[in-house]
Write a protein that binds this ligand. Structure first.
Ligand SMILES: [Zn+2]
Length: 186
């Protein structure tokens, strides 16, 4: 997995679009979904999550710089429930780049959030008639992969699955050319 020291670092990474450099929209979700509901959230220096557990409303205030949190309004009675949050981002400017984080655990006892990882990044790369879907999978820490396929079924482009390599997507034409070069060796 792609690891981050703090939630703020992960947030910043998710927010910045590597394709068009615009700010992406970052959304947050909380789980377990069948028990906890996220009513709303605000993000400034802290990340404030207004939640509902059954009929009880409560708030998490998360310090994104040191990954600690406080709970107000309600304490989880069932300590066996480990709540988690995850981030997703998508770019409304280029509509071609999104991120998905791992489930980050809110540890009841220590009041620290753990597992600050990115799981997947997705891009659509377009150069003329070539339209590629690129998925960077960090799921397996020992074997991160890049999977590339044609967005529309295409005779000439067969899906490829490669070990992770440093792909600069800020220039789509160059990135597509690089992928085409790699294809001839895969
Ligand atoms: Zn973008």
């Amino acid at each position: 997995m792609k690891s981050f020291a703090t939630i703020q670092e992960l947030w910043d990474y998710c927010e910045r679009c590597p394709l068009c450099q615009a700010n992406r929209d970052v959304s947050i979700s909380i789980g377990p979904e069948h028990q906890i509901r996220l009513l709303s959230f605000t993000k400034n220096q802290h990340l404030l999550l207004r939640c509902q557990l059954f009929s009880d409303k409560y708030e998490y205030q998360i310090d994104c710089q040191d990954n600690t949190f406080t709970v107000s309004g309600y304490e989880l009675i069932n300590k066996s429930v480990v709540p988690y949050i995850y981030l997703q981002s998508s770019c409304s400017n280029c509509v071609s780049a999104s991120t998905y984080s791992h489930d980050m655990l809110l540890m009841n006892r220590t009041k620290v959030i753990t597992d600050i990882f990115l799981e997947r990044e997705s891009f659509a790369l377009i150069d003329g008639n070539t339209r590629l879907s690129v998925n960077v999978l960090h799921t397996n820490v020992n074997n991160p992969r890049i999977m590339i396929s044609a967005i529309f079924p295409d005779q000439w482009f067969h899906p490829i699955d490669l070990p992770l390599f440093d792909l600069d997507v800020s220039d789509q034409v160059k990135a597509v050319q690089r992928i085409k070069n790699l294809m001839s060796f895969s």
